[in-house]
Each structure stands twice: as structure tokens, then as C-alpha cells.
Design a protein around this ligand. Structure first.
Ligand code: SF4
Length: 569
């Protein structure tokens, strides 16, 4: 095996070779597609087939996606899929679903092309990888990258003929996209300032990497009832938003008298899905950091066994938890693990250190003396090739070579010496980017919208910038305000945790049924120590009227706050 691969990458590749061999043993890789699974199936997909069979036996009807997984497992379809797209054809729904296992999405009719979503554990990309990804975007896509709300990179406008070469050239960079779409465990997020933040309790990078490579090495962790999110929060100044994930691990400082060894433990919170108006809740269970991967694995396997495969709207972990209650669910996890989980009295746990809502933008001193991180705002997450190359060059010349992406759709350069900060800021400005932004742009988040996503009711990214332009011109806001725009109920931009959240809606303009782009507008959401779900204040506001509505909310806050320290929330 080439010396270009790291030890973790080798483990991943070897694990997948083993998985493919097991697959062949049960009739995979070119075997005729099975319409129904064999009774008592063995092999890598046995748990999934058994779960499907149990639901059919209980009188449920499997959704199409479950049938597609069973007809031909996506990992056994790669050569066929590649041959077909090489002819210039975009895939129909079943094969579009299969391509998503590899990270490629046919986004027609929004765009007649593929979108690629990568996997970057803890949101960290190396300078050479960012340059390489930008070059691939120029060669195979639209020439730009988007930073996503899972601290990840997406590439758009990819011709079908580019599907296979792009995926393989991405692997050449040491970046994988496997499992970043469809019913799989998505990009693993962690604290964006892990390892450089003076207040963090725990560096989340090793945990994210371990879980990332654990997933990549085990085919049985793909093809869940629905997508699945896992996040690790190290209690730093910039939060990981773990409460919006199916599983959140929260670093906590446990004192004496808890019945366990004092020190840093992980609180296990479950069931976050903000688009369904729910945040992850504490289970009462805790683990040591080095146990997190095994426990996440057991949780996922309980979900594999019991997640609903007959109704896509009820297929997320939250619905198993709602049906069972946390005690029953944790008992099932303990049965998978073969041991009890630790319980810790919350009274023995120190409060989480506070977050700073501006930590992801601007210049901040690292815990390493003489070094700084610099947060760079990106206009709703967009990065041109020239900007990506410029940022990568800066990371190498003035920083530690890492670029940290955040769930706020911006990026952070780390390891910049005091003496180079001014030059770095000037170089960033020369790229047309900024480290100094208003409170509005620091917290402006928008999903892809209808410029690239077929589900969107509105052009979220364009409207986000219009709202920011209008509000900055009319309101002297002096406190952090997060404005999140999401195009549909899938809630990729998590509108319900924004101070102000907008969810795309078609707005009727006459009695003939004509509609225009618009939004329902919610207020009062929050995250980290202020986590809560917002509530809808106005429904069906035309997009052209949205800036004035947001302005009215902010003007009302300024007029009625009791003192300048009172938050918008
Ligand atoms: Fe597309 Fe909806 Fe996600 Fe926006 S929230 S990117 S519209 S799926």
C-alpha cells in the first residue's frame, strides 16, 4: 500500500476490502439483485435485512429507499453506476439514492448536475487538501466551494461524466465522501477551536477522527433507517451545536462525590433534530472520552434494529426515543454493549464554561502563547477557487497548515504568530474576505436554497445577503444575532435555533394559485447554553418583504430592551 496513506486511511481501506469480501460471500459484487433477503441472512447487511423483515412481518410496508438498498446495495453498484454516468446520464431516483452513499447527489431540476459533499472530521481540512478540492471544483464543477452547516465542503455543477474521476481524485487528496448522503452517518462535527482554545475541557479532534474512521471501516454502519448525526463538544468558546445531533457527546467536568473518578467525562445527549422541533436531551448516562466510539456504535445499532423503515418522516432516532422513552432506549444500548453505562448526579458537574458568539470571527489569542486563530467570514459559505488557494497559502505560510470550517459557514486559520496577524488580515482582505464583520454577518447562515436544491421554496443564500444588506443599512444592532435561512423542512440551516429563523414557503399572490418565494419567520431560537426551539411569528411573508420584517424585529428589540446587555433572545 502506498506510503501516501496515513495509518487511519490504511485501516479504512483494509476494512472496506474486508467488507467487500464478506459481501461477495453472500452474493454481492455483480450477483443478480435479490428482491427479498434470505431468511437468517448473514454477511455485512444481515442486521439491516433482519430489521426490514421484522417490520414487514409486523404489517408495515417498506419505503422505496429500503427496497432500493435491498435490490442492490449501493456499495455493490459502484462499477455499474460509474459506467452509466460515464455516458453522460444523470441517475434516476433509485440510483441517485445509491450515488448518495458515495457523496454525490443528482440535484436536477435545480441544476442538471451532481453535487458532491465531502467528509472532514471536526471540520478540519489541510492546506493542500483545500487547494486540491478547489482545483477539482474547477476541473469537474462550477469552480467554487461551499462551506456547509456541518463544517464541511460541498462542490456543485458536476457533470455526470465526472462522477467517478472526481471521487477517485478526491481520494487521492486523502478526502473521502463515502456516506455523506442518504441514510448514513454524516460528517462528524466537533468543537471548531479544539486544541487551541484556552477554556476547553477536551480536545475533540481525536474523538472525531476515531468515530470518522470507525464508520468508514464498517459497512454495517451504512444504510440506517434514515440519516444520522453525531457531534462532540469540548466545552470551548465556540460551540459544536451537538444538541442538534442525533447523538451529542458533551465534555463535562465532574467533581468529587459523584461515585465515579473525578475529571473529564462525556454527557450523552440524544434525539436532536431541530427541524422537527426537538433538541437532544440528556439521557442520564455518561462515559469516559475513550469509550465514546463504542457507545455511539451501540446506539447506532439499536437504531438499525428499531428505526422505522416504513415512514421517512418518522424514521429518525427521535421517534424511537419518543416511542420508547429514554430508560428503555438506554437499556437496549446497554444490552448491545454488554454492560451498564455510568450515571452521574448533575449536582456533581461544574457548569459548562460560557460560549462566545464572536469566537469564530476575528483575531483571538490561542492557549499556546504567542499564537492566534483568525476567523474569516465567508458570504453565506461561498469560497471561490482563488480564495481557497489564497486561504490555503496563508495557512501554510502564516499558520499551522490547518483550515477549520465551522457550522457557521465560515473558516478559521489557526497557529498564526502575533507578528504575522496584521499581514494575514491584510492578505485575507486582499482576497475579498473579511475578519471583521457586523453582528448580522457573523451569525448569518443559509442553506443551498433553490439555486441548487430541488426541495427549496426560496433562494435562501441570495435572500440572506439581501437581508444583511438591508438590516446593516437600517439598524445599529450591537449584540450577537443569528439569522438562519433554510429552504425547506429538512432544515439544513437550522432555522429553529436562530434568534431569527426563516423557513422557505411559497406565498400566494392571487386567487389563481400563483405564488412567489417567501418565508415563515420564527424568533427566539438559541443554542449552547441558550438552546431552545424558536416559534413561528409570521407565516407566508414574501421574500421581498423579509428584510423589512427582520428589521422590525431588531428595531423592536432595541426599543424595548432594558439595558444594552440584554440579549435579543
Ligand atoms: Fe435543500 Fe431543504 Fe436542505 Fe435547504 S434545507 S439545502 S432546501 S434540503
Amino acid at each position: 500500500m502506498s506510503q501516501d496513506f496515513s495509518a487511519d486511511q490504511k485501516r479504512y481501506l483494509e476494512g472496506f476490502v474486508a467488507g467487500a469480501a464478506a459481501s461477495r460471500a453472500v452474493g454481492g459484487l455483480g450477483a443478480a439483485p435479490a428482491q427479498t433477503g434470505p431468511a437468517g441472512a448473514s454477511g455485512p447487511d444481515a442486521e439491516h435485512i433482519a430489521a426490514q423483515d421484522a417490520q414487514v412481518a409486523a404489517g408495515k410496508k417498506l419505503v422505496d429507499q429500503e427496497k432500493w438498498k435491498r435490490e442492490q446495495h449501493p456499495f455493490e453498484a459502484y462499477r455499474r453506476l460509474a459506467r452509466e454516468t460515464a455516458t453522460g446520464k444523470l441517475p434516476a431516483p433509485a440510483d441517485n439514492f445509491r450515488w448518495r452513499y458515495f457523496g454525490l447527489f443528482n440535484v436536477a431540476p435545480a441544476q442538471d448536475s451532481f453535487m458532491l459533499r465531502m467528509r472532514l472530521p471536526n471540520g478540519i481540512v489541510k492546506a493542500h487538501q483545500l487547494e486540491g478540492a478547489a482545483a477539482l471544483a474547477a476541473r469537474h464543477g462550477g469552480g467554487y466551494l461551499h462551506v456547509t452547516t456541518r463544517a464541511n465542503l460541498q462542490m456543485r455543477e458536476i457533470a455526470p461524466e465526472s462522477a467517478e474521476p472526481l471521487l477517485e481524485e478526491l481520494m487521492d487528496l486523502g478526502i473521502v465522501a463515502r456516506g455523506s448522503g442518504a441514510d448514513n452517518i454524516r460528517n462528524v462535527t466537533g468543537s471548531p477551536l479544539a486544541g487551541i482554545d484556552g477554556q476547553e475541557l477536551l480536545d475533540t479532534r481525536p474523538l472525531c477522527r476515531q468515530w470518522h474512521f470507525h464508520i468508514l471501516s464498517d459497512r454495517t454502519l451504512y444504510g440506517l433507517p434514515r440519516k444520522f448525526n453525531v457531534s462532540f463538544d469540548g466545552a470551548g468558546v465556540s460551540p459544536a451545536l451537538e444538541e442538534t445531533n442525533d447523538i451529542g457527546f458533551q465534555a463535562v467536568d465532574v467533581g468529587d462525590g459523584a461515585g465515579v473518578a473525578p475529571g473529564i467525562w462525556m454527557r450523552i445527549v440524544l434525539g436532536g433534530i431541530s427541524g422537527h422541533s426537538d433538541l437532544a436531551r440528556p439521557t442520564g448516562a455518561f462515559c469516559r472520552p475513550d469509550q465514546a466510539t463504542a457507545i455511539a456504535d451501540a446506539i447506532v445499532r439499536v437504531f438499525i434494529d428499531h428505526g422505522d423503515r416504513s415512514n421517512r418522516n418518522k424514521a429518525r432516532l427521535k421517534y424511537v426515543l419518543d416511542a420508547w422513552g429514554f430508560d428503555q432506549f438506554i437499556a437496549a444500548v446497554e444490552a448491545k454493549l454488554g454492560r451498564k453505562l455510568d450515571r452521574i448526579d448533575e449536582a456533581c458537574i461544574a457548569p459548562r464554561p460560557p460560549t462566545d458568539r464572536y469566537a469564530h470571527v476575528g483575531v483571538h489569542a490561542q492557549r499556546q502563547a504567542g499564537l492566534n486563530w483568525i476567523g474569516v467570514a465567508l458570504p453565506v459559505g461561498k469560497l471561490t477557487r482563488e480564495q481557497a488557494n489564497g486561504i490555503a497559502g496563508l495557512a501554510r505560510a502564516m499558520g499551522d497548515g490547518d483550515i477549520r470550517l465551522t457550522v457557521w459557514q465560515n473558516l478559521i486559520l489557526s497557529g498564526v504568530p502575533d507578528a504575522k496577524v496584521a499581514a494575514a488580515e491584510a492578505a485575507i482582505a486582499a482576497l475579498g474576505l473579511s475578519t471583521r464583520v457586523t453582528p448580522i454577518r457573523a451569525g448569518l447562515v443559509a442553506c443551498t436554497g433553490n439555486a441548487g436544491c430541488k426541495f427549496a421554496a426560496s433562494d435562501t443564500k441570495r435572500h440572506a445577503l439581501e437581508i444583511a444588506d438591508h438590516v446593516e443599512a437600517h439598524v445599529a444592532i450591537d449584540v450577537p444575532v443569528n439569522i438562519h435561512l433554510t429552504g425547506c423542512h429538512h432544515s439544513c440551516a437550522q432555522h429553529y435555533i436562530g434568534d431569527i429563523g426563516l423557513i422557505g414557503a411559497r406565498v400566494a399572490v392571487n386567487e389563481d394559485g400563483d405564488t412567489v418565494e417567501g418565508y415563515d419567520i420564527a424568533v427566539g431560537g438559541g443554542f449552547a447554553e441558550n438552546a431552545r426551539i424558536g416559534r413561528v411569528l409570521w407565516k407566508a411573508v414574501k421574500a421581498t418583504d423579509a428584510p423589512r420584517h427582520v428589521e422590525a424585529l431588531l428595531q423592536t428589540y432595541l426599543a424595548h430592551r432594558h439595558d444594552p446587555q440584554e440579549s435579543f433572545q
